[in-house]
Design a protein around this ligand. Structure first.
Ligand SMILES: *[C@@H]1O[C@H](CO)[C@@H](O)[C@H](O)[C@H]1NC(C)=O
Ligand SMILES: *[C@@H]1O[C@H](CO)[C@@H](O)[C@H](O)[C@H]1NC(C)=O
Ligand SMILES: *[C@@H]1O[C@H](CO)[C@@H](O)[C@H](O)[C@H]1NC(C)=O
Ligand SMILES: *[C@@H]1O[C@H](CO)[C@@H](O)[C@H](O)[C@H]1NC(C)=O
Ligand SMILES: *[C@@H]1O[C@H](CO)[C@@H](O)[C@H](O)[C@H]1NC(C)=O
Ligand SMILES: *[C@@H]1O[C@H](CO)[C@@H](O)[C@H](O)[C@H]1NC(C)=O
Ligand SMILES: *[C@@H]1O[C@H](CO)[C@@H](O)[C@H](O)[C@H]1NC(C)=O
Ligand SMILES: *[C@@H]1O[C@H](CO)[C@@H](O)[C@H](O)[C@H]1NC(C)=O
Ligand SMILES: *[C@@H]1O[C@H](CO)[C@@H](O)[C@H](O)[C@H]1NC(C)=O
Length: 546
C-alpha cells in the first residue's frame, strides 16, 4: 500500500438518478452493444490491421469477406436488470429481437471512425505493451510494498497477442486439481491468472435445477444445449490451486459484510453465478428494489447487491455543444453518481464495464466533446479519442473517485474485460461460437486484437486511477481476460432462450444461427470468476489482518 500520494478528495453529486427508469431501455442494447463492439475489430478497416498482427501469430481465423452479408437478427437479452422484487429469477428470458440496422451502423462507423482510431491506438498500445510484457508485475505506483494482491493481479499475463506469451501460459501447470485442502497451499503471491484449464469431473457447483435465480438467457442446459462437458473444467493456476468455491466458507468470509457488483450485464452474469453457488448453502432473502438487486444471507448477515451502470461514468442525454439531445453523453471525467451514495456501505465492490463502449455515445472530457462512438456528425472535426481510450479514461475516473473517497474503505475489484467469441465474424456478420464444446487449446485460440486492446486500456486506466490512492485504499485487478479467451465453449451460443423453434444449427449455406457468444452459461466457466473473487477477498482480508 502506498501513502505517498496526497489525499485528494473529490466530491460527488449526490443526486440519485432514477436509474431504474433508464435501465430497461438500455438493457436492450446490451448484447447489441456488446456485440457491436466486436464488429469493430473485425470490421473491414480495422480487421486489416489486426489481421496483420494475428497473422504473425498464426491465429487469425477471421474471414472478413464472407461474413459481411450475413444479417443476423440480434437478440437481446432483455434483462430486467433491476427487477428483483420477487424471489424469482430476474426474468430476462424474453427474447427481444432487436432489429438492428446493421449494415448502416457498422459500416459508417468503421468507415469514418475506427480507421483513424486504429492508428492512434496502435501506437499507444505498442509502447504500453512493452512495458507490460517486460515484467510480469506492473507496478503501479512504484511503491514496493508487498501488496501482492495488487501487483500480481495486475500482471499482464493476459494481454498480448503474441504467440510465445500464449504458449507459455498454457504450458505450465499440472494436470490434476486438488481441491481439498487447497486453501493452505495458496501462496499469497501466486498469480491466479496464469495457468490453464484442466478437466475436472467434480462438475459444477450447482445445476440449472438447483438455482432459482438463473436467468433463462444463461440457462444453457435449460435452453437445450446438447453438450455439457463445458461445465467440467476448472482453472489451475500454474503455481498454486484455486480452491473450489465453498459457499459456506464464502459466507463466513463475508460475515457481516456487503458485496456489490456494479456494472453491465456481465456484472449481472457474475452476480447470478455467485448467488447460484451460495444458494446451495442457504437461500437468501430477497431485499431488492427497483434500484438494485439485493440478497441477504441470514446465517452470516451477508448482503449481495447489484446496481446497473453501463459505463461507470456520468451520463447525460440533453444537448451538449454540437451533440443533440438524445444521444448518450459520457462525461468521462466524472464517475457515475448513481451509486456513489451506497459506496460507503460496501465492503467489496466488483466493477464490470467495457462492452458498452461500443455503443453509440458521445465522449466528453473537460466539458468538451472529444469523441464519439457510432456518432460523429462532421468529419471536418477531429476526434481526440476513440472508444478504447474512452474506456481507459472511464476506468481511471472511477478508480480515482473510489480511492479518494474518504467514506469508502472497501476493497475494489476491477474485473478485466470479458472476452467474447464471435469467431469467423462478428455478432452481426456471422460470427459464431456454435459447436464449441471444450476450451480452446493453444493452436486454436483466436485472439481478438480488440479484446487485447480493451484489456490493456483497462489496465492503464486502472493504474492511472489508483495513483492517488491512500494507504487505506484496497484495489485489485481480476485479470480474467486471458484465461477466458480459451473458453469459447462457455457461451450460450444459440441456446439463449426456451423457444423450441429456435435455430441452433448452421444453415445450409454455412451461416450460423443468431447467438450470444458474450455472456456465459450458468453453470459454466463464469463460476470461476467467483472463485477468483473469493481468493482475492481472502488474500485482501488476510493482509488486512496482518
Ligand atoms: C497511512 O496514513 C497515515 C496517515 O496519513 C500515516 O500516518 C501512516 O503512516 C500511513 N501508513 C502507511 C503504511 O503508509
Ligand atoms: C473466405 O470466404 C470466402 C467466401 O466464403 C471464400 O471464398 C474464401 O476462400 C474464404 N477465405 C478464407 C481464407 O477462408
Ligand atoms: C430475424 O428477423 C426477421 C425479420 O426481421 C424475422 O422474420 C426472423 O424471424 C428473425 N429471425 C430470428 C431467428 O429471430
Ligand atoms: C418468495 O419468497 C417468499 C418467502 O420466502 C415466499 O413466501 C413466496 O412464495 C416466494 N415467492 C415466489 C414467487 O417464489
Ligand atoms: C444490408 O445490406 C444488405 C446487402 O448488403 C442489403 O440488402 C440490405 O438492404 C442492407 N440493409 C440495410 C438495412 O441497409
Ligand atoms: C466511407 O468509405 C467509403 C468508401 O471507402 C467512402 O466513399 C465514404 O466517403 C466514407 N464515408 C465517410 C463518411 O467517410
Ligand atoms: C497509421 O500509422 C501507420 C504507421 O504509424 C502509418 O504508416 C499509416 O499511414 C497511418 N495510417 C493512417 C491512416 O494514418
Ligand atoms: C521480473 O521480476 C522478477 C521479480 O521481480 C525478476 O526476478 C525478474 O528478473 C524480472 N524479469 C524481468 C524480465 O525483468
Ligand atoms: C435443466 O436442464 C435440463 C437439461 O439438462 C433440463 O431438462 C431441465 O428442464 C432444466 N431445468 C431448468 C429449470 O431449466
Amino acid at each position: 500500500m502506498k501513502s505517498n500520494s496526497p489525499k485528494s478528495v473529490t466530491s460527488y453529486p449526490k443526486t440519485i438518478l432514477p436509474i431504474a427508469a433508464s435501465v430497461g431501455g438500455l438493457a436492450l442494447f446490451l448484447i447489441f452493444a456488446s456485440l457491436l463492439l466486436v464488429s469493430q475489430p473485425l470490421g473491414s478497416k480495422v480487421s486489416g490491421y489486426f489481421y496483420n498482427v494475428d497473422q504473425a501469430t498464426k491465429i487469425g481465423l477471421y474471414n472478413e469477406t464472407s461474413i459481411l452479408e450475413n444479417q443476423v437478427n440480434n437478440t437481446e437479452a432483455k434483462s430486467n436488470i433491476v427487477d428483483s422484487v420477487t424471489n424469482k429469477t430476474v426474468d430476462s428470458g424474453t427474447d427481444k429481437t432487436v432489429d438492428l440496422d446493421t449494415n448502416k451502423t457498422v459500416d459508417t462507423d468503421t468507415n469514418e471512425t475506427v480507421d483513424l482510431d486504429t492508428n492512434k491506438t496502435v501506437v499507444t498500445e505498442t509502447t504500453k505493451t512493452t512495458n507490460l510484457d517486460t515484467n510480469k508485475t506492473v507496478d503501479i505506483d512504484t511503491s514496493k510494498n508487498a501488496d501482492s494482491g495488487i501487483k500480481k493481479i495486475v500482471d499482464s499475463g493476459t494481454s498480448k497477442s503474441d504467440d510465445s506469451n500464449t504458449k507459455k501460459i498454457v504450458d505450465s501447470g499440472t494436470s490434476k486439481t486438488a481441491d481439498s485442502g487447497a486453501k493452505k497451499i495458496v501462496d499469497p503471491g501466486c498469480d491466479l491468472y496464469h495457468g490453464k484449464w484442466v478437466h475436472d469431473s467434480a462438475g459444477p457447483l450447482y445445476s440449472n435445477n438447483s438455482c432459482p435465480v438463473l436467468s433463462q438467457m444463461q440457462n444453457c442446459q435449460g435452453n437445450g444445449r446438447p453438450d455439457k462437458d463445458y461445465e467440467n473444467w476448472r482453472w489451475k493456476p500454474t503455481k498454486c490451486n484455486l480452491p473450489r468455491l465453498d459457499p459456506k466458507k464464502f459466507l463466513e468470509l463475508m460475515r457481516g459484510k456487503t458485496l456489490a457488483f456494479i456494472g453491465d450485464s456481465v456484472a449481472r452474469n457474475q452476480m447470478e453465478s455467485l448467488l447460484c453457488i451460495l444458494w446451495q448453502a442457504e437461500a437468501p432473502i430477497n431485499r431488492g428494489n427497483k434500484r438494485m438487486q439485493r440478497y441477504y444471507f441470514r446465517s452470516t448477515s451477508t448482503t449481495i447487491i447489484r446496481i446497473w451502470s453501463s459505463w461507470l461514468v456520468h451520463k447525460t442525454t440533453e444537448q451538449f455543444d454540437f451533440a443533440p439531445e438524445g444521444v448518450d453523453k459520457l462525461h468521462l471525467d466524472a464517475p457515475d453518481e448513481t451509486f456513489m451514495d451506497i459506496i460507503p456501505s460496501v465492503d467489496v465492490l466488483v466493477l464490470s464495464s467495457g462492452h458498452w463502449f461500443a455503443k453509440r455515445s458521445v465522449y466528453i472530457l473537460n466539458n468538451e466533446i472529444v469523441g464519439g462512438q457510432l456518432w460523429w456528425p462532421d468529419n471536418s472535426r477531429t476526434k481526440k479519442i476513440d472508444s478504447t481510450e474512452a474506456f481507459e479514461i472511464s476506468v481511471a475516473t472511477i478508480m480515482s473517485s473510489l480511492v479518494t473517497n474518504p467514506d469508502y474503505k472497501g476493497l475494489t475489484v476491477v474485473r478485466a474485460y470479458s472476452p467474447d467469441h464471435y469467431e469467423g465474424g462478428t455478432w452481426n456478420t456471422g460470427g459464431s461460437c456454435t459447436g464449441k464444446v471444450k476450451p480452446a487449446v493453444d493452436g486454436e485460440l483466436v485472439e481478438s486484437g480488440f479484446t487485447n486492446i480493451m484489456h490493456d486500456k483497462q489496465i492503464s486506466g486502472f493504474n492511472r486511477g489508483i495513483k492517488k490512492k491512500t494507504n487505506k485504499s484496497r484495489v485489485a485487478f481480476m485479470d480474467i481476460t486471458k484465461p477466458f479467451a480459451y473458453r469459447h465453449d462457455g457461451h450460450p451460443g444459440p441456446f439463449r432462450n426456451l423457444d423450441p423453434n429456435k435455430i441452433t444449427k448452421r444453415s445450409a449455406d454455412g451461416r450460423p444461427p443468431p447467438q450470444d457468444c458474450l455472456h456465459w452459461c450458468m453453470p459454466g466457466p463464469i463460476d470461476t470468476w467467483n472463485e477468483f473473487l473469493m481468493e482475492t477477498i481472502r488474500r485482501d482480508f488476510e493482509s488486512q489482518d496482518t
